[in-house]
Design a binder for this molecule. Structure first.
Ligand code: FAD
Length: 116
C-alpha cells in the first residue's frame, strides 16, 4: 500500500522565539513589536532549491519562472529582467543558463545550501 506524507502546518513556539532573537539583532526597532499570531504554510521547492527560468519547447509560447524554493520575493526583480529578456529575445543582462528546465533530466543540478 502506498503511504502518503501529510504536510506539517503546525506553528511552534521555538521558531517564533529563535526568529524574534535573530530579528532583534538585525533590526532592533522590530523588537518593540508585539506578536499576536504566527502562520505556517508550504512553498514549492525544486530538487536543487534553485529557480527554473526557461522556455518550454514542448508547448508553444509557454515560459516558466518557478521553483523559487522560498526565495521568490527576493528573486522578483531579477526574475522580471531575466524573463522579459528571454521572451523578447534580447541579449541577457545576466547569464541564467544554469537555471534551465533541462538541468533535471541532464543531472546538472547545483544545490543552493542556504535554503531550509
Ligand atoms: C510560508 C512561506 C514563506 C516564504 N518566505 C519567503 C521569504 O522569506 N522570502 C522570499 O523571498 N520568498 C518567500 N516565500 C516565497 C514567495 O512567497 C514565493 O516564491 C513567491 O510568492 C512566488 O511568486 P509567484 O508570483 O511565482 O507565485 P505566487 O505568489 O504563488 O502567485 C501565483 C498567482 O497565480 C494565481 N493562480 C494560480 N493558478 C491560477 C490559474 N489557473 N489561473 C489564474 N491565476 C492562477 C494564484 O492565485 C496566485 O495569485 C515564502 C513562501 C511561503 C509560502
Amino acid at each position: 500500500m502506498k503511504t502518503r506524507t501529510v504536510p506539517d502546518f503546525i506553528t511552534i513556539w521555538h521558531f517564533l522565539e529563535e526568529m524574534a532573537k535573530t530579528i532583534d539583532k538585525v533590526l532592533p526597532p522590530i523588537g518593540q513589536l508585539r506578536i499576536i499570531r504566527q502562520w505556517a504554510g508550504l512553498y514549492n521547492m525544486s530538487p536543487d532549491r534553485q529557480p527554473i527560468y526557461d522556455k518550454v519547447d514542448e508547448v508553444e509560447g509557454f515560459y516558466v519562472a518557478c521553483g523559487f524554493s522560498g526565495h521568490g520575493f527576493m528573486f522578483g526583480p531579477v526574475t522580471g529582467t531575466v524573463m522579459s529578456e528571454m521572451i523578447l529575445g534580447l541579449e541577457p543582462t545576466i547569464d541564467a543558463s544554469r537555471l534551465k528546465l533541462s538541468r533535471f533530466a541532464e543531472g546538472k543540478l547545483f544545490t543552493e545550501p542556504s535554503v531550509v
